[in-house]
Design a protein around this ligand. Structure first.
Ligand code: AMP
Length: 706
């Protein structure tokens, strides 16, 4: 930015203009590098755009200065025949695969034997995109080619130039140390489509009634083969570079140093890399990457393990297909096929009827899947899944399993089309369809399935945390008519609970009673729940659209049940994060006589009905008032859950929000932080690690960031 003041273009002589144009280009390249390669922008988007505008204006006034490497020339700056064959300077290899850790170990041991010692390894993520080779001559990008068959690829220069993180020229200084600075140098990596761009692209295709891409990998490859570079530019592709065709050209001795050189030359290099000199380090990286997989903003399908030293790589050599010095550890497949045995219907606590796929159990991405939600009746019909179909099930990491659709070629003749129920499977009342909603709903207040879900929600850890109130016992108490709403919990006695027969039977066939020990513990847990903070109580009520976070926001604005019950839709909508639908739902809930009576009985039982007023002398200083925090990752050192961390922050006056935005004051990033971290860095929001966070809780003072 230093040069900015000097860079007005009035009255520029040609020599002045040349210097200014060059200075501007360097400045823009610097900021592109900071933004795209390092994810650490130094200036705002507006300031960046203004630099670009100045450069464009100068180039318009001085057309003789226009150069294909100028940042203004990403689109249309390259004139060349598209997709002509390009012979690679050196073959572009594929990778051999290890399908599990055992195969990976075998490979590492083989390499160790061959080299006579355990090698230093470089570990990288396997980016799921398309291979790309970029050739630079005298520092300028002259060609981009796909892998093709490994020997000959296609020229996609015009399209790759539009990819924002591809430098049109190498950063100053990076070429001076090259063995022969004037020789063409071919650098390689992966071009990919970030998940967000992929979702946006497919959503647009769906709206336009066009065919959607199956996955980001195909979308990236398809976007590269566009006749019009403007289309490619609109696809928001990105790159991670990791290789050089001829390493003898570079002043580096191994893969790790190569990555560093690539970064210094201006390329986007994946930050998730590690070095390993033992099998346990390799395993740790593979396992951590697998865990991280779903939180990354782009797709990966494994880890690439490479022998670091180029000398050792040469010693190991190549097979006809792949290097012997590298291997791809492939993640377990996230999609499997299985039999759809039945579609059942579950009734939720707000009466929504959800069709559920009952599957022949199948192991997907490391865990067994036997049931998966089908969301609603429309979804069942849209996906055209029928009972008896073989279906594709997807489970990505920790994400909830999903039925993608049927394998039509395997559909049996007697596959059954599912019919949405007309009556609630739990209470037999007729079901209704909500206005503006696809959901089927049972609106009976006597529906035992809803009562059960509401009672379980009240007792759940996020709400009143009643230890011992599990599904089986609560279901039994509902059947016995002892529990029908959440206030009933507080009239249960240890004596009556002790006598309740469970569904388990003893050897003589008699039902086992709960017994006085278990009953005593349950009553104590119910008693303890009375003093849970007010936000938990509001969450526990199970108001539609009001989850844990909204409940916390509400109680800050309406610190007592009385205030919350009186609040109008307008007043409720004032609360940050509460829209009209949510406000309407709260009002309806609070004006329903049955609900009011439950709240009154809870109050009479001694359940918290207001935000805690700290006793004088005990007051927690509100030193974090006015600040908004977002939490991500695991707080592994302290073992604090995110809820607990959130409560500590709120107690000190801070707001805790679930998503990073410009309004976020700090991001607290624990271990395995995900996309929120990337977003915070992009927006320049200060990030606290766990140690800084704990120190802040201790001192009450937010840290001053450099
Ligand atoms: P595959 O296409 O499954 O045989 O895998 C080989 C391909 O993985 C290579 O051709 C590269 O395009 C790609 N790949 C993705 N990430 C990396 C990486 N970090 N190192 C090497 N190759 C990678």
């Amino acid at each position: 930015m230093q040069q900015q003041e000097k860079l007005t273009c009035e009255g520029a002589s040609s020599q002045d203009a040349r210097e200014r144009v060059e200075a501007l280009r360097r400045e823009i390249e610097h900021h592109s590098y900071q933004y795209y390669a390092l994810d650490a922008p130094e200036i705002s988007d507006a300031a960046f755009d203004s630099l670009m505008r100045q450069l464009r204006q100068l180039e318009e006034e001085h057309p003789e200065l226009v150069d294909p490497t100028s940042p203004t020339q990403r689109i249309g700056g390259y004139v060349g025949e598209q997709f002509v064959p390009v012979k690679h300077a050196k073959r572009m290899y594929s990778l051999d695969n290890a399908m599990d850790l055992d195969e990976l170990d075998d490979w590492v041991r083989g390499v160790e034997q061959e080299l006579g010692a355990f090698p230093q390894l470089c570990l990288e993520l396997k980016i799921d995109g398309s291979s790309i080779a970029l050739t630079y001559e005298q520092g300028a990008l002259v060609r981009a080619a796909t892998r093709g068959d490994g020997t000959t690829g296609e020229d996609v220069t015009g399209n790759m130039r539009t990819v924002s993180d591809v430098p049109l020229r190498l950063r100053q200084g990076s070429t001076s140390a090259l063995a022969s600075p004037d020789a063409p140098i071919e650098l390689r990596g992966e071009v990919f489509m970030p998940k967000k761009s992929f979702d946006a692209l497919n959503a647009a295709a769906e709206r336009a009634g066009k065919q959607q891409f199956a996955n980001p990998r195909n979308a990236a490859a398809g976007s590269l083969r566009q006749k019009d570079p403007l289309v490619t530019a609109s696809r928001n592709l990105s790159t991670y570079m990791y290789a050089v065709a001829d390493e003898a050209l570079l002043p580096v001795g191994g893969q790790w140093e190569l990555l560093e050189w690539l970064r210094s030359a201006g390329f986007h290099v994946n930050p998730d890399v590690a070095r390993a000199s033992s099998l346990s380090e390799v395993h740790a990286f593979c396992e951590a990457s697998l865990k991280k997989r779903t939180t990354l903003p782009y797709e990966i399908d494994g880890v690439v393990v490479k022998v670091d030293s180029f000398a050792q790589q040469a010693e190991l050599g190549y097979t006809s297909r792949a290097p012997k010095w590298a291997i791809a550890f492939k993640f377990p497949p996230e999609e499997k096929t299985t039999l759809l045995k039945d579609i059942t219907v579950q009734v939720g606590r707000t009466g929504v009827l959800t069709p559920v796929a009952e599957l022949e159990p199948v192991v997907v991405a490391g865990s067994t899947v036997a049931r998966a939600t089908l969301h609603n009746a429309d979804e069942v019909h849209r996906k055209d899944v029928r009972i008896g179909d073989t279906v594709i099930v997807r489970k990505a990491g920790d994400v909830i399993p999903e039925v993608l659709g049927p394998v039509l070629s395997l559909r049996p003749d007697d596959a059954l089309v599912w019919q949405a129920p007309r009556v609630c499977p739990s209470c037999g009342s007729p079901v209704v369809t909500d206005r503006n909603e696809v959901a089927l709903r049972c609106i009976s207040i006597d529906c035992p399935a809803q009562a059960l879900e509401r009672l379980l929600h009240w007792a759940s850890r996020q709400a009143m945390d009643i230890d011992g109130a599990g599904t089986e016992i609560i279901k039994r108490l509902v059947e016995l008519g002892r529990l029908s709403d959440v206030a009933d919990y507080y009239s249960l006695t240890a004596e009556e609970l002790a006598m309740v027969e469970t569904s388990r039977a003893n050897s003589e066939g008699f039902h086992i009673r709960l017994g006085s020990t278990v009953a005593g513990k349950l009553v104590a847990a119910i008693e303890a729940s009375k003093s849970r903070p007010f936000g938990r109580v509001v969450n526990g009520l199970g108001i539609r659209h009001v989850g844990k976070n909204t409940a916390e926001l509400l109680v800050q604005a309406f610190p007592s049940m009385e205030a919350l019950m009186k609040a109008s839709i307008e007043e409720l909508s004032q609360v940050d994060g509460v829209g009209e639908t949510v406000a309407e739902s709260i009002c309806t809930f609070m004006r329903t006589p049955d609900n009011i009576s439950v709240i009154e009985r809870l109050d009479a039982a001694g359940v918290t009905m207001a935000l805690a007023q700290a006793a004088p002398g005990e007051e927690v200083p509100q030193t974090l008032a006015g600040l908004t925090f977002v939490l991500t990752g695991a707080l592994a050192t302290s073992g604090m859950t995110r809820d607990e961390a959130g409560e500590r922050l709120r107690a000190m006056g801070a707001k805790v929000s679930s998503g990073v935005s410009k309004k976020t004051s700090y991001l607290v990033a624990g271990e395995a932080a995900g996309s929120k971290y990337d977003k915070a860095v992009k927006l320049g929001i200060p990030v606290l690690d766990e140690a800084q966070f704990l120190a802040m809780l201790e001192t009450g003072e937010p840290p001053v960031m450099p």
